[in-house]
Design a protein around this ligand. Structure first.
Ligand SMILES: Nc1nc2c(c(=O)[nH]1)N[C@H]1C(S)=C(S)[C@@H](COP(=O)(O)OP(=O)(O)OC[C@H]3O[C@@H](n4cnc5c(=O)[nH]c(N)nc54)[C@H](O)[C@@H]3O)O[C@H]1N2
Ligand SMILES: Nc1nc2c(c(=O)[nH]1)N[C@H]1C(S)=C(S)[C@@H](COP(=O)(O)OP(=O)(O)OC[C@H]3O[C@@H](n4cnc5c(=O)[nH]c(N)nc54)[C@H](O)[C@@H]3O)O[C@H]1N2
Ligand code: SF4
Ligand SMILES: [Mo]
Length: 742
């Protein structure tokens, strides 16, 4: 048989690299970067190659499983849906809709079927108990962006192709390949910036892979970013360095910000940050006096108690130094499809609100339709109306990825019913009553819904399936529709395509109003997410408006560009005021809820540095909790090590390669020590997503080197009150050597 060549966007991380996949006789022969890709130009990391391992992994589920008498048995799809139809409706009838819950995880952001159809399940359940990995991750950035610019995904990102100064805070794109910023080959782009005289500066408690290629690196005490950023803003005001540049006419609240940060002088915050006052002042001056500069911050600044404030102050700096929306500064992408900041009336909107309902036990406010993940265990445990009794998990492994995972695992065991859509029987899905296998990425078509809104350059790229789908297996959107039908009381018997037609008729009414009938007619050959994509592309900012702009984009045109690397839509363009969706039609620099929240850090300026704190880490050959079972990635040195500075190692008497006992109050783990001068003294770094030694999971290779679960150590009661985001770093710990004989 001859080889066939397929072009496919990698769905494994936010970089969205274009791949060239060679297939022979139904088997993947090779995976390389697609040099023709208009967006990633051939760049890939080692994870892309593991798509082959993932597809062929004998542990990957291909058949539904039903747990009977505590043991999983293989079942047909019809049997699995029948089991759910037997068990879910009585729970809803007896205990109400809020007795159900849904939790969606990270991989769903990379699968159009899951992303566009998950909401249909959530709405059909009609529950307030909606959770996602967003509150373990980027919710603070989404909230601050929403408050400032009017939409949850209007996130400003560095225009790296033209910038001359990039300040990176709490992110390590050399390992993570970028996040809330889709930027394949960050390293190459940073090097190009440096080659034209630009500077890369990194602020991180660890001298990371990114810091190693930077022009300067500064340690910061974990969790102290809000103090650093506020003091940089204070410096701009104190030294009359504020200039708003091109967005000057569109900014509200500049003076309010100046007053709010007045007490955060560099001297006042220096000890709290573990930085010199002059360093802080110097960073502010450098930012203000460099023509093209941008600040970018990521998960290190989000997963902390002041996450929303820190995320906000990053953009305050971008605005006050004249770099927001300016070429070479922090700009907004313009996505070809699905972007709320290109829909509706331009320049004005409803803005965002939080707290439309609250978590039952803690009272935590809803944010972007979700409750904090750190509330889930107690919402299952505590009796009363609205107690969660039935849970659907979709592409998520919270037993490893959520703080206090062991408590959550125990809570999952008390549920009346649990259904998981997942590709593995793992630490979380072992608790389910029914597991519905997801589709291998190679069997799925692909179009990124979210990431073009966060991309370093505008583009539209579509990938058809590389391999045929397993016989009889539904697509993931079809599974979600069936579950939605059961939740609505319509039963699982109805054909998924017929359900989809009915739902699309409603969507079309909402999206196209008077033109709904014409849109339904024009898209009748398509179904599922493909049909939604066609509508989104054609009515999007580059679309053909169903024939009114004949040169515009259609799904067929984007599909046709698959083998030639996709469609390039050009470099980032200024978008203010058109992209704003705030009620004022302005950038809100001083949202009242954020100004009020500054009282917390103001009262916390004197907190002494704990003896030892722990933070997280990512490695290029891992992906959160679920790629430790793939041979190409699992080989090589053990990666779940606790990095300890030599000074700390000496005083704690822990040795390289030995096990140490790490405790946080009543919670403890054992992790392998690696002595590393990369660390800031008094800070330990351990990656999350490990701990594959729990009984009942089916991850043979991962279990051989299980690693320690960082989240077994962390509190599930610590969160940023505004965004509900979990605190995952800067937590005080103790560490003790474990005698070798033990
Ligand atoms: N301590 C600490 N904890 C953290 C973090 C941290 O930095 N420190 N990071 C947090 C962050 S940023 C995130 S995003 C979360 C992620 O947390 P989760 O949302 O739990 O994501 P993963 O750990 O990636 O687990 C993904 C799950 O999806 C399944 N899966 C993979 N592909 C598919 C598919 O195609 N279809 C289906 N149906 N299932 C699939 C996998 O088997 C796995 O069960 O973890 C968070 N947890
Ligand atoms: N290879 C790989 N790539 C991934 C993932 C993966 O697991 N593996 N996960 C994906 C996901 S879900 C996400 S959300 C992204 C995350 O992408 P990034 O945000 O780039 O994530 P990290 O690599 O964890 O980098 C966070 C950095 O913050 C630092 N840090 C910790 N605490 C603090 C603090 O208080 N202040 C400051 N300033 N820095 C701090 C850490 O030392 C670390 O270097 O990565 C994605 N890409
Ligand atoms: S950086 Fe690696 S994992 Fe991320 S999209 Fe590119 S090839 Fe895939
Ligand atoms: Mo994430």
């Amino acid at each position: 048989m001859t080889d066939t060549i397929h072009h496919r966007i990698c769905p494994l991380c936010e970089a969205c690299c274009g791949l060239e996949i060679k297939v022979n006789n139904g088997k993947v022969v090779s995976i390389r970067g697609d040099a023709k890709d208009v967006f990633s130009a051939g760049y890939i990391c080692p994870k892309a190659v593991a798509l082959k391992d993932l597809h062929e992994d004998p542990d990957r589920l291909r058949t539904p499983l039903i747990k009977r008498n505590g043991v999983f048995e293989e079942a047909t799809w019809d049997e699995a849906f029948a089991e759910i139809e037997r068990r879910l409706p009585p729970i809803m009838a007896t205990h109400g809709r809020d007795a159900t819950s849904v939790l969606v995880g990270n991989p769903s952001a990379h699968k159009i079927g899951l992303l566009t159809y998950f909401g249909k399940l959530a709405r059909s359940l009609g529950t307030r108990n909606v959770f996602s990995a967003s509150t373990l991750d980027q919710m603070p950035k989404q909230l601050s962006s929403g408050l400032m610019f009017g939409h949850w995904i209007s996130v400003a990102l560095p225009d790296i192709a033209r910038t001359d100064l990039l300040l990176v805070i709490g992110a390590n794109p050399l390992a993570s390949n970028g996040s809330m910023w889709t930027v394949p080959d960050f390293k190459g782009k940073a090097k190009a910036m440096q080659a034209r005289g630009g500077k890369l500066i990194v602020i991180d408690p660890r001298r990371t892979e990114t810091a190693a290629v930077a022009d300067a690196h500064h340690f910061i005490r974990p969790g102290a970013d809000v103090f650093l950023l506020a003091a940089m803003v204070q410096t701009l005001f104190a030294e009359q360095l504020v200039r708003l540049g091109s967005v000057a006419a569109w900014v509200n609240g500049v003076d309010d910000v100046g007053q709010a940060v007045a007490a955060f002088t560099p001297e006042a915050v220096a000890a709290r940050c573990g930085m010199e006052a002059n360093t802080i002042r110097g960073l502010a001056r450098q930012l203000a006096t460099t023509e093209r500069a941008a600040v970018y911050a990521r998960i290190g600044t989000c997963t902390q108690e002041y996450g929303t404030l820190a995320s906000w102050l990053v953009d305050v700096l971008n605005v006050l130094t004249g770099h927001l929306d300016a070429p070479g500064g922090a700009m907004f992408a313009k996505s070809a499809a699905f972007a709320s900041n290109t829909a509706g009336k331009s320049g004005i909107g409803k803005g965002v609100t939080t707290g439309r309902h609250h978590a039952r036990v803690s009272g935590a406010p809803e944010v972007y339709g979700e409750l904090p993940m750190t509330c889930m265990a107690e919402e299952i445990e505590v009796a009363g109306p609205g107690q969660i009794r039935a849970l659907f998990t979709v592409a998520t492994n919270p037993v490893l990825s959520s703080p206090n995972g062991p408590r959550l695992a125990a809570a999952l065991d008390t549920l009346d019913f649990m259904v998981s859509m997942d590709i593995y029987l793992n630490e979380t899905t072992r608790h389910a009553d029914v597991i519905l296998p997801g589709v291998s990425p190679l069997e799925d078509f692909h179009y990124d819904v979210a990431f073009p809104q966060l991309s370093w350059r505008n583009h539209a790229r579509y990938s058809p399936p590389v391999l045929p789908r397993t016989d009889g297996a539904p697509e993931e959107w079809q599974t979600l529709l069936k579950l939605a039908a059961i939740a609505r009381g319509d039963g699982a018997q109805m054909d998924a395509n017929a359900l989809d037609d009915a739902q699309f008729a409603e969507d079309a009414q909402r999206l196209a109003g008077a033109n709904a009938a014409a849109v339904i007619q024009a898209t009748s050959a398509l179904k599922g997410p493909q049909r939604l994509l066609e509508v989104a592309l054609r009515t999007g900012p580059y679309g053909d408006m169903f024939g009114m702009k004949p040169d515009g984009l259609t799904l067929a045109k984007v599909m046709a560009a698959n083998s030639s690397g996709g469609i390039d839509l050009g470099e980032l363009q200024p978008r203010i005021p058109e992209m704003l969706r705030t009620p004022s039609g302005k950038v809100e620099l001083a949202p009242p809820s954020l100004l009020a929240d500054l009282a917390r850090p103001a009262a916390d300026l004197e907190r002494p540095a704990p003896d030892l704190v722990i933070i997280g880490r990512r490695d290029v050959r891992t992906n959160n909790s679920w790629m430790h079972n793939l041979p190409t990635l699992a080989k090589g040195p053990f990666r779940c090590t606790a990095l300890v500075h030599p000074i700390d190692a000496e005083r704690l008497n822990v040795k390289d390669g030995t096990l140490a006992h790490i405790a946080n109050g009543p919670r403890s783990i054992q992790a392998q020590v690696q002595i590393s001068a990369e660390m800031m003294p008094s800070v330990v770094s351990l990656p999350h997503g490990w701990g594959h030694n729990l009984p009942g999971a089916q991850l043979k290779l991962a279990a051989e080197r299980p690693g320690a679960n960082l989240n077994a150590l962390l509190d599930d009661q610590l969160r940023d009150p505004l965004s509900g985001n979990a605190v995952l770093g800067g937590v005080a710990i103790t560490m003790q050597a474990i005698p070798e004989t033990a």
